[in-house]
Design a protein around this ligand. Structure first.
Ligand code: FES
Length: 147
């Protein structure tokens, strides 16, 4: 039994290794790093605002922002989309944190792509979807609170 599970483990490890190599080859180190450990993933309790967008690919992304003293103190995301959408949303959060509304409003899909290096053509839209979710979230933060 233990014999079998070792063989299986080895097989799983080898498979994972091949997948990792594939991702590195196709997407580069920067995406790979974030794909393995996507930072800022998850829901946020009581955000200052959040945005939710569904892309033409059918994937839905949410970005949550917390603003404190005029700067983004925290950001997080969820996505039901491709691995690349998580990577792009994670970069959007990273770029927003520590910035005020004006610089956050300048964060575009291009800015996200710049961090990640060249993405395959089919994945470029994921960055624009992430930027769109970020902008929707910022807009929600800027809305006067209903009392
Ligand atoms: Fe839809 Fe990447 S394929 S966000």
């Amino acid at each position: 039994m233990s014999h079998m599970s070792t063989a299986l483990d080895e097989f799983a490890d080898r498979l994972q290794e091949e997948i990792n190599q594939d991702v590195i080859e196709t997407y580069g180190q920067e995406v790979y790093k974030r794909w393995r450990h996507p930072r800022f993933s998850g829901l946020m309790e009581n955000p200052s605002g959040y945005g939710r967008v569904t892309g033409s690919c059918g994937d839905t992304m949410e970005i949550f922002l917390r603003l404190e003293n005029g700067v983004v103190s925290d950001a997080s995301f969820t996505t039901d989309g491709c691995g690349c959408s998580a990577v792009c949303a994670s970069v959007a959060c990273e770029l927003a944190i520590g910035k005020g509304p004006a610089p956050v409003s300048d964060i575009t899909g291009e800015a996200i792509l710049e961090v990640l290096g060249d993405l395959p053509e089919k994945d470029v839209h994921c960055a624009f979807l992430a930027a769109e979710a970020l902008q929707a979230s910022l807009k929600a933060c800027m809305k006067p609170q209903e009392s």
